[in-house]
Design a protein around this ligand. Structure first.
Ligand SMILES: *[C@@H]1O[C@H](CO)[C@@H](O)[C@H](O)[C@H]1NC(C)=O
Ligand SMILES: *[C@@H]1O[C@H](CO)[C@@H](O)[C@H](O)[C@H]1NC(C)=O
Ligand SMILES: *[C@@H]1O[C@H](CO)[C@@H](O)[C@H](O)[C@H]1NC(C)=O
Ligand SMILES: *[C@@H]1O[C@H](CO)[C@@H](O)[C@H](O)[C@H]1NC(C)=O
Ligand SMILES: *[C@@H]1O[C@H](CO)[C@@H](O)[C@H](O)[C@H]1NC(C)=O
Ligand SMILES: *[C@@H]1O[C@H](CO)[C@@H](O)[C@H](O)[C@H]1NC(C)=O
Ligand SMILES: *[C@@H]1O[C@H](CO)[C@@H](O)[C@H](O)[C@H]1NC(C)=O
Ligand SMILES: *[C@@H]1O[C@H](CO)[C@@H](O)[C@H](O)[C@H]1NC(C)=O
Length: 555
């Protein structure tokens, strides 16, 4: 701060400083808790992993990065390149002081030294060739095991940008070195989100350990155009949802002008096929008030995912692509897994561009900062949960919302119908919220539907009643506009008493521990009995052939 004011003072005549450069840092968004994250990347197979790392580190003030391991994949079968992760960290070291001018003092960016210390490698072999008896853990798996064993009451997110044999090594080790209770406890700490399957270890993990919370798009080998994540920027390459998404902000020209700038932006390579296929894994975790990581079905910048199997007995915890119904730029309505990502593109690209400005020296930065959204006094990034009864009227007041740069703000309220729905035609299933908004957008009055609609018995909640989602999107008018959201959850009941009373409480229902309450006996799920070849975990290494030297697509 001192350096900054001095600079502003002495250069006053030389340039017009952006007023937002001297923002009151104590008024910026704070993060009560940061998701713990461990990345597995097949960096170097093509430029886009490096691109994703450049974006990823710009979010390291709101994520707790626990490890970054260079791994193999079907595209890079026998080499790993940790030094390329280190290169991005070296560039970050040059700008971390600039970045720290734009974050709350309570949520600083980590030091480059720390980030260097957690760069590791997986085995330099393909998939399950690196997993089995007699093999030592790779440095990546050693760190992952260590992080998983920390006595921390918070889940660990493993993000797979390439193959996931580092996770398979770790799980194999756990299975053979801990008792069943302890092994299950460690697995319950895991949250996995992978960019489809890029080697044979993802399928092995899900088959052996169906209790692991695991988000992955499912489709035939290498059919990536079917996967939600490709919608980050891939519609021209894959030819999906033609006319819906706006390509402008993921074009090479836009990236050159807005991202490939300054010392740090220069580290961002030109894309080969399309921009940053791996980025949706952490867009999913970004703390902007929209996503709720424990609820893949709620939707976020990283897409929307629902359980592949709902049967209570098996409790297979894999999540895969779910569709959103979105109006595209040509005014046509698209219902697709892709739409669940491209609908947020303007916001997630602006967010990246604005953060790249933070990396510039103060006198060159068009700095902007996120609006801080407050609804009915609730200033957290977690949802505002309102217990609601049929026909009740609920007033929502967002007038406590402010912009740290004092920019003017735009408010948009909309019902996000898809979460919770199991019907492709969501309008047939989810009752509509009736709401009116004040002219300045700061207030909304919501009327809940009648009992036979909100409690039609079709919700998966035991109550038979729906939870309805209303989103408030607040966008500022800074040099590069930034958006923060508030998700309001109306948890409905069929109670007819006190129909107008509504109870505001914090989002305790979202406590992550609530979601590890399955009790699984692994012996019931050790599914190798019918296999011809013995498989890992009993007595043999996976020595069989490995499919998939497929085409020359990416990731
Ligand atoms: C900065 O913001 C904090 C938190 O909103 C506030 O308490 C403090 O008074 C502000 N400082 C100045 C100099 O405005
Ligand atoms: C595992 O590590 C030990 C001790 O460093 C070493 O002696 C052994 O050769 C290693 N095994 C393999 C398969 O690399
Ligand atoms: C399993 O391992 C954990 C941790 O090492 C230990 O606390 C627990 O007592 C063990 N349980 C059994 C049944 O051996
Ligand atoms: C889409 O609809 C809006 C509002 O009705 C209109 O202003 C716009 O021109 C339409 N765009 C196209 C491409 O039809
Ligand atoms: C900003 O300041 C740096 C020194 O900190 C200087 O090298 C650079 O030329 C300045 N840029 C502008 C646009 O004044
Ligand atoms: C709710 O409103 C509907 C009409 O919209 C009415 O039929 C119903 O009786 C009302 N329910 C309660 C509990 O007031
Ligand atoms: C809730 O109440 C309505 C109206 O009385 C009724 O039609 C519906 O079946 C009830 N739903 C549940 C889940 O009890
Ligand atoms: C089910 O509905 C009840 C009543 O609205 C609510 O308290 C509870 O949190 C809901 N459960 C889930 C898993 O959404």
């Amino acid at each position: 701060m001192r350096r900054l004011s001095l600079l502003l003072f002495s250069c006053l005549n030389a340039f017009v400083a952006d007023a937002s450069a001297d923002v009151n840092r104590s008024s910026l968004q704070t993060y009560a808790s940061k998701p713990r994250v461990f990345v597995l990347s097949d960096i170097s197979n093509e430029p886009d992993d490096t691109e994703s790392f450049v974006r990823f580190l710009l979010y390291s003030n709101q994520l707790q990065i626990e490890g970054m391991a260079a791994v193999t994949s079907t595209w890079l079968k026998d080499k790993v390149y940790p030094e390329q992760i280190s290169d991005v960290v070296d560039a970050y070291a040059e700008v971390v002081a600039n970045l720290n001018q734009h974050t709350s003092p309570s949520s600083p960016y980590p030091s480059a030294e720390y980030l260097h210390s957690i760069v590791k490698s997986g085995p330099a072999v393909y998939g399950m060739e690196g997993v089995g008896p007699g093999m030592n853990l790779s440095s990546g798996a050693e760190l992952l095991l260590d992080r998983l064993r920390q006595p921390v009451d918070k889940p660990l997110w493993v993000l797979g940008w390439g193959g996931v044999n580092v996770l398979a090594e770790t799980l194999y080790y756990i299975q053979h070195n801990f008792n069943a209770t302890e092994a299950a406890r460690l697995r319950a700490q895991l949250r996995v989100y992978t960019i489809s399957d890029q080697d044979d270890s993802g399928l092995w993990i899900r088959e052996q350990f169906p209790d692991i919370f695991y988000i992955a798009s499912m489709h035939g080998w290498n059919q990536y155009g079917l996967a939600a994540w490709s919608a980050i920027s891939g519609e021209e390459y894959y030819n999906f949802d033609v006319g819906g998404p706006d390509f402008t902000k993921v074009s090479a020209a836009w990236l050159k002008k807005n991202i490939q700038i300054g010392i740090y932006g220069k580290e961002y390579p030109d894309y080969k096929y399309f921009m940053e296929g791996d980025t949706p894994t952490f867009l999913y975790l970004i703390q902007n008030g929209l996503g709720v990581p424990e609820q893949p079905d709620y939707g976020s910048w990283g897409g929307r995912y629902s359980l592949v199997d709902l049967s209570k007995q098996v409790k297979y915890r894999q999540y895969s692509d779910a569709a959103d119904r979105v109006v595209g730029q040509n005014n046509r309505t698209y219902t697709s897994n892709h739409a669940a990502i491209w609908r947020w593109r303007d916001a997630y690209q602006n967010d990246f561009a604005a953060r790249m400005q933070w990396a510039l020296p103060a006198n060159e930065s068009k700095a902007n900062h996120h609006p801080v959204v407050v609804v009915n006094g609730h200033a957290e990034l977690s949802p505002l949960v309102i217990a609601s009864t049929p026909n009740a009227t609920v007033s929502l007041d967002a007038s406590g919302t402010y912009d740290p740069d004092r920019d003017s703000l735009s408010f948009r309220w909309f019902q996000y119908k898809e979460p919770g729905s199991t019907d492709w035609n969501v309008d047939n299933q989810i009752p509509a919220l009736d709401f009116t908004v004040s002219t300045d957008g700061e207030r909304a009055q919501v009327t809940l539907p009648a009992a036979d609609e909100i409690c039609d018995g079709k919700s998966s909640n035991d109550s038979g009643c729906w939870t309805l989602h209303l989103i408030l999107e607040v966008t500022d008018h800074g040099a590069i506009p930034l958006t923060t959201y508030k998700r309001v959850l109306f948890e409905t009941t069929n109670s007819t008493q006190s129909a107008t009373e509504s109870l505001v409480e914090d989002a305790t229902v979202l406590d992550w521990k609530g979601y590890v309450e399955y009790d699984i006996d692994l012996d019931d799920y050790w599914v190798d009995d019918d296999w011809e070849e013995p498989i890992l975990g009993r007595d043999c290494p996976c020595s069989g052939g490995h499919g998939g030297s497929g085409g020359h697509e990416h990731e």
